[in-house]
Every structure is written in C-alpha cells, then in structure tokens.
Design a protein around this ligand. Structure first.
Ligand code: GAP
Length: 514
C-alpha cells in the first residue's frame, strides 16, 4: 500500500473503531485539535502507564510529579520562551497561506528521500537475495547524488537558522524553486519569526487580569519545583523528576493528524546531574530510551537517531529518536543536554537560590540537566500506524488487523457465547465478571463468531474467548490469538494466567534488560 493510502487508512480506522475523533466535529472541527474516544483513551493511558512504570517506578532515583498547566508568567521570560520560542514563517502572496519555512525545505528533502527509497526498491527487485542495501546506498551514483543534495540543503538550512539569517532561508526556498502547495506559485513574502505560545488571562476584571501563557512544555513545572522535590524527597544527585501532562503550541503547520497538534501531551523527565558528567548521561539516556521503544517490538529498523545541528537556546547536545511514520522518518522523542541554563535562569529571575549541596564533595553547585521528552500523542500514532495491517488469508480473503503490542491494547480479551441461548451467555458473562478485576475485557453476542473475530482483530484485541456447548460439560473454552489466529481449548480457571503472560507490563519491560 502506498504511504499516503496507508496514512489515510490509519486516520479513518482511528475514527471507525473509536480511537480518535476530530474535536468539536459537529461544528466542523477545530484544526489540529483531537479527542480520544473510548478505545483511544485506553490506549493512551496504557502508553502513559508503560512510560511511567519504566521511568518512575523502575528507577529508585526518579520521582513523578503533576505540576499545574498555569504558571507564573515570569517562568516563560526566564525559560527563554517569550523571546526565543518561535518558528520561521513565510506566506505565499497568492494563496495567502502561511508555512513554516524550515518545513517547506524539509518536505523538499523528503521528496528526494522518496526517490532514494524508490531506487532501493527497484534494486532489491533486480538483485533479489544477493542485494546488499548498505553497499548499494554507498556506491550507486544516483543515490549518492541524492543523499549529497539532501545533506547540503539541510546543512545550509541549519546554519542559516542558527545564525538567524532568515533572508538566506528565503533565498534557499527560492533557489530550490519550492512552490506553494496550494497556489503552485513562488510568490513568497520574507521569512519572519512567530511566537508559538498561547496567551490567556487570569482574574475577573479587565484592568487587574494577569497575562498568562498556556505551558508550551511540561519541563518548566519540574525546574521551578526542583528544590522542593529534592529536599522533601531527600534526593541525592543524580536523580530525576518526571511528569506527564498537557502542553499547548500555536503550531502553524498543524497537519498530519495527531503528529503535530495545538493541544498535546508530553511525558518528560529531567535528570539532575553533576556538571561535567553530561556526556556520560546523554549517552546513557539515548540508549535507555531507545531500548524502551524497542521493548514494544515495533521493529528496530523503524528507529534512528538524528543529532541536532541547530541546538535550542538551552542545549549543549541534542538528539531526536525518529520513527518511521507512514509519511517518513520524523521526530518521536527528544533527548537534550540542557546544561544549567534553566535552573540558572530561574535563580536570576526569582532571586531564589536553586542549588544543590553535595555532601560527598562538600560543595554547592547548580546541577546540569539531561532531559528526555516524548509526545504521548506521537507515540500513540507510532504504535497505532505500525499496528494497522491488511493480511492475506489462506482462503484468498483479507483481514484488517490492528496488531497493537498486547500490553498497550485497550481491550485485552473479548468474551463470546457461541449462541445467545442454552445458558452460554450466563457463563460468558461470569467469565467477564471474573476477568475484569485484572484486565479490561468486553462481552459480545451479536453476529456470527467469525464476524466477531474480525471486529476484535480490527479493534486490536489480543484474545477472543468463546463459550460453547462443550463448556457446559467440561468447563473449557476456546481461546483465539489475534496475531496467529491459532485456537486452543483451555480451562476457564487457566484464562487469567494465559492472558497475564502476554499482557503483563513486566513481560514487556524486561525486554529492556536483554
Ligand atoms: N521540553 C522539551 C521539549 O518540549 P520538543 O522537542 O519541543 O522539546 C518534545 O518536544 C516532544 O513533544 C517531541 O519530540 C514530540 O514528540 C512532542 N511534540 C512537540 N510538539 C508537538 C505537537 N505540536 N504535537 C504533538 N506532539 C508534539
């Protein structure tokens, strides 16, 4: 399936099966704002729990907090967001559409990357088993040329943005002859910076109301609480503070479904360390976070690191973990070495000391910070899009199946009576009653069992359990596995252990240690 078609399918499947809806759909929706429906809310919660378990509960030296969305406005002056949290924008004078200038250039490069992919596919077909991808991409003249072109464009873009040379960003767009996707023309304005924070007001009267921002990242709620948490938790460096929560950005290029939203959720962890140790911890968290992703089994080939050329105003090193979404490799998580920038800024703006006294070295210092920051919605999209597939069956038919990692699946088991009579529904209902203490399960009795299987496959449910007339005799049921479609006869009393073995967080997270 072409990538565009696959992505459209992801979006419509998310709606059809109660995962994600456009916000305020009855009023024609709100651009780049989405609601999570009954299955989506469960999947999102399971991803959040999986992260929390790995980051907070499995680390003796990491604690979790839940800071408010509203923060004192000086926070954002101190953090640099008021002055520097902006995107370079460009307007097309004919269509009056506004674009992120850097994204226009990156999209141009993505098109070249598609050409590389096509060359690889062609060669794969031609050479069959003898095909060596690594050798091909490093020696094929056309592919090497494409890659050099991408590298030189991105290098120039990075350097121009670094130097705030917006005139050169425009020159680059013109030289590459990038046209407006709507008007098709190259009639561009100059590139200008645009702040991404949403403003709001606190207070009843217009005169006394205080201007506030909706937080654009959760990290600052951790920084301003750093000393409170360290002291009350008697924490010793190195230690981490984690939280999950909503963040808001007035994204101009808001598209690609839940990939880039105006209201989204982050899962962030700030790891406070001794100055000078940041390189070691940067490597440690790069590796640890990649292992967390890989523990979910979405395919090692679908991840790559992308080291930043242009560093944010607070960082001395940064990398992205990129994931292969249906529209190509894009940032899923950021790992940033934030130095002591944030704590020093908050000290300067608040006039309060935010230092740590190191009893071992008998000295006070402002800790350095290693940050891991992942978008929960982006992780949702990664998991969901990777899971959705059309599978050819032996009888020539196809089935749509959502092969979500069982630990994340919203519903772990669907319980069916073969027929809605003869006492079978009562037994099935009793199984639901017993299992629901441990798992999210559902009951279904409409349609043939075959149709019920298909519906649960498309819903991502790892197990279907069918009660039939033999159950009345021997207390056994048929359990069917979503991925293999294999069916087994098992005792009702063994169901809990069978399901637990596959959906238990421990079973999945232990893969990080391998
Ligand atoms: N505290 C650091 C920080 O916020 P970021 O790279 O701007 O860094 C971190 O954001 C992560 O948040 C990204 O890797 C991405 O997964 C997610 N994210 C950022 N903007 C987003 C948006 N508009 N919609 C959805 N997720 C977003």
């Amino acid at each position: 399936m072409a990538n565009d078609d696959q992505f459209k399918k992801v979006i419509s499947h998310a709606k059809e099966y109660g995962y994600v809806f456009q916000s305020s759909e009855i009023y024609d929706g709100l651009s780049a704002v989405y609601d999570y429906a009954q299955n989506g809310a469960e999947l999102k919660k399971n991803i959040r729990d999986y992260w929390w378990k790995a980051m907070v509960q499995m680390h003796d030296n990491i604690v979790g907090i839940d800071a408010a969305i509203f923060m004192h406005p000086t926070t954002w002056k101190a953090s640099g967001h008021v002055d520097a949290f902006s995107d370079p924008l460009i307007d097309n004078k004919d269509s009056k559409k506004r674009y992120r200038a850097d994204v226009l250039v990156e999209d141009y490069c993505a098109k070249i990357e598609n050409k590389i992919e096509k060359e690889i596919k062609k060669a794969e077909k031609r050479f069959g088993d003898a095909f060596n991808k690594e050798e091909f991409v490093s020696t094929n003249g056309r592919v090497v040329g494409y890659q050099e072109k991408i590298d030189s464009i991105l290098k120039r873009l990075g350097q121009s943005l670094e130097k705030e040379d917006l005139a050169d960003v425009k020159a680059l767009i013109e030289e590459l002859e990038i046209a407006c996707p709507v008007a098709g023309s190259r009639n561009w304005t100059d590139v200008k910076q645009f702040n991404l924070m949403f403003g709001t007001k606190l207070g009843a009267s217009a005169e006394t109301a205080m201007d506030l921002y909706l937080r654009p990242e959760t990290a600052q709620g951790i920084f301003v609480n750093f000393l409170n948490v360290q002291k009350t938790g008697r924490l010793k460096i190195p230690f981490g503070i984690a939280q999950t929560g909503k963040a808001f950005r007035n994204e101009i290029v808001a598209r690609q479904f839940i990939f880039r939203m105006r209201e989204f959720e982050q899962m962030e962890m700030q790891f406070f360390i001794k100055p000078g140790t940041q390189k070691k911890w940067f490597e440690y968290w790069k590796e640890t976070r990649l292992k967390w992703h890989q523990s979910l089994g979405l395919g090692e080939e679908n991840y790559r690191f992308h080291d930043h050329e242009k560093l944010a105003h607070y960082a001395d090193a940064a990398t992205d973990i990129e994931f292969k979404f249906p529209f190509g490799f894009k940032e899923l998580e950021g790992i940033h070495s934030r130095t002591d920038f944030d704590l020093k800024q908050h000290e300067a703006f608040s006039g309060k000391k935010l230092q740590y006294f190191d009893h071992e070295d008998n000295e006070s210092y402002t800790p350095y910070v290693l940050e891991t920051s992942i978008g929960l919605d982006r992780m949702f999209l990664a998991v969901f899009s990777n899971a959705l597939m059309e599978e050819a069956l032996e009888d020539g038919k196809t089935r749509t199946v959502l092969k979500l990692p069982a630990v994340l699946a919203p519903v772990k088991a669907a319980i069916f009576p073969l027929l809605a009579k003869d006492g079978l529904p009562e037994i099935a209902q009793q199984i639901v009653e017993d299992l629901k203490w441990d798992f999210n399960v559902t009951y279904e009795e409409k349609d043939t069992v075959g149709r019920r299987y298909r519906r649960q496959d498309a819903n991502g449910t790892p197990f279907c359990i069918t009660v039939d007339h033999d159950t009345l005799e021997d207390n056994s049921v048929t359990i069917r596995h979503r991925d293999t479609m294999e069916q087994k006869r098992v005792k009702i009393e063994d169901l809990k252990a069978i399901i637990k073995a596959e959906v238990d967080v421990k079973h999945w997270l232990q893969k990080m240690e391998m």
